[in-house]
Design a binder for this molecule. Structure first.
Ligand code: UDX
Length: 436
């Protein structure tokens, strides 16, 4: 049993702290936001993540997991301190490290024993060195030693617990291999592959992995656009490609593009790091450009079918950036809504869990209590987030209440012929000519 402190109780920090507690460690999760900590102390989750509430409750009951806002309470005595705070995009796309710096400074002020500081947040290459610098300069207690380790997370929202407990690999980087090996001990119960490398390489593995996944998505989206001109079906193309073991099927689903708090931010940050170091990341720029255009293509299909969007009512199914999360950051749905609204369309939308978060960063959307009510009297429906509950609706009922039976399938979850049999004018992404 080790004594662990996790700083930051967002998607990464709360899952990491809870899962380490579930492995038998003594974990304190710290956040500077009192409301978040008060909610957690009442057993309420600040985020939607399937299975998290139950795992938190079990480990709080087992007295392995506590929550605090106090560094003096959480840091002294901790052997491992994970920094899992936000690193939002700055104006030029660079990662904003103010919260990482604040966390490192707060730790340095109260550290009383040898501690291993672990960067779990996605941080630009070289941040580990900066954190070490802060700890060296700011350390109040003479003679208190520390090491810094990079341990990037590879958690997908909506399956974060699974991804923590069944990782493809754990990546650890440090200037002191012994420190990385101590952190590796924490992961031994997971019986997974553990890679130990240097600090900067570990930080780069995270960015390169996310940028590659984003590249796969923009690649298949570009192929989808070509399929619409050449009369091929991109879903079949992806299936045929994926049979090649060198390619694999994952992350080849064409659609309205990627969103979330990671891919958009990480590709931008990697591009920024490359550019300020004199590189010309053409591919990364193209990945972002294609991703932006995918959202616009959905609007173009609507405009082509309706003639004009002014005064039309468009139903949007799904506002979360992907299913099984309430996260709406960089959500394709909200980008599409914004374009539709600027062209004068009225929006009715439904999402199983993300409506509250969507309300905070959008305006003028009429949120409905189901996919059916959202579609009532609509001129078109746009499926943007592939929640399971959208896959087998009563489409006769949907068609009967719509003014125009137009269905834009932004995630290719429907069968074109089946939808056309219900009377819909169907448009997918890359599903053949014009994608009808
Ligand atoms: C991602 C990485 O997968 C994870 O390893 C990293 O730690 C954090 O960022 P996440 O952003 O939670 O995880 O979701 P993910 O499932 O990767 O999807 C990201 C976006 O890509 C979503 O908007 C999704 O709709 C989109 N996507 C995914 C596609 O458009 N096509 C695909 O084939 C796969």
């Amino acid at each position: 049993m080790r004594k662990i402190c996790v700083i930051g109780t967002g998607y990464v920090g709360l899952v990491t702290g809870t899962c380490f507690a579930d492995l038998g460690n003594q974990v304190t999760c710290l956040d500077i936001a009192p409301d978040k900590i008060e909610k957690l102390q009442r057993g309420e989750m600040p985020i939607y993540e399937p299975g998290l509430e139950e795992l938190v409750a079990r480990n709080v009951a087992g007295k392995r997991l506590t929550f605090t806002t106090s560094y003096p309470d959480a840091v002294p005595g901790a052997e491992f301190i994970f920094i899992a705070v936000g690193t939002p995009s700055g104006v030029d796309g660079e990662a904003d490290l103010q919260y990482v710096r604040m966390a490192a400074e707060s730790v340095a002020d109260v550290m009383t024993n040898y501690t291993i500081i672990i960067n779990k947040s996605t941080v630009p290459v070289g941040t580990g060195d900066s954190v070490a610098e802060i700890l060296r300069e700011r350390g109040k207690q003479p003679g208190v030693d520390f090491d810094v380790v990079s341990n990037p997370e590879f958690l997908r929202e909506g399956s974060a617990m699974f991804d923590f407990q069944m990782p493809d690999r754990v990546v650890l980087g440090s200037t002191n291999r012994a420190a990385a090996e101590k952190v590796a001990q924490l992961y031994l119960p997971l019986r997974c592959s553990i890679m130990i490398t240097d600090l900067r390489t570990a930080e780069m593995i995270k960015y390169a992995s996310n940028a590659f996944l984003a590249t796969r998505i923009s690649f298949i989206n570009e192929i989808a656009t070509i399929c619409e001109k050449l009369g091929a079906d991109v879903k079949e193309v992806a299936a045929g490609m994926g049979m090649d073991k060198r390619i694999g099927r994952a992350f080849l689903d064409a659609g309205v593009g990627y969103g979330g708090s990671c891919f958009p931010k990480d590709v931008k940050a990697l591009t920024w790091m490359a550019e300020i170091n004199g590189c010309h990341p053409q591919m990364l720029r193209a990945v972002m450009e294609i991703n932006r255009d995918q959202r616009r293509q959905a609007v173009t299909k609507l405009r082509d079918l309706l003639g004009t969007l002014r005064g039309k009512t468009i139903a949007v199914w799904g506002v979360a950036f992907k299913p099984n999360t309430d996260d709406v950051r960089e959500s394709p749905a909200l980008d599409i809504v914004h374009i539709l609204q600027t062209e004068g369309a009225h929006i009715r939308a439904y999402d199983p869990v993300a409506v509250e978060n969507a309300r905070k960063i959008s305006h003028g959307i009429q949120f409905c209590d189901s996919a059916y009510t959202a579609a009532e009297n609509a001129d078109a429906v746009v499926l943007v987030t592939e929640w399971n509950e959208f896959k087998n609706l009563d489409f006769e009922r949907v068609a009967a209440t719509m003014k125009n039976k137009i269905l834009i399938d932004g995630r290719n979850i429907y069968d074109a012929e089946r939808m056309q049999a219900f009377g819909f004018t169907y448009r997918g992404v890359g599903r053949g000519y014009g994608s009808s």
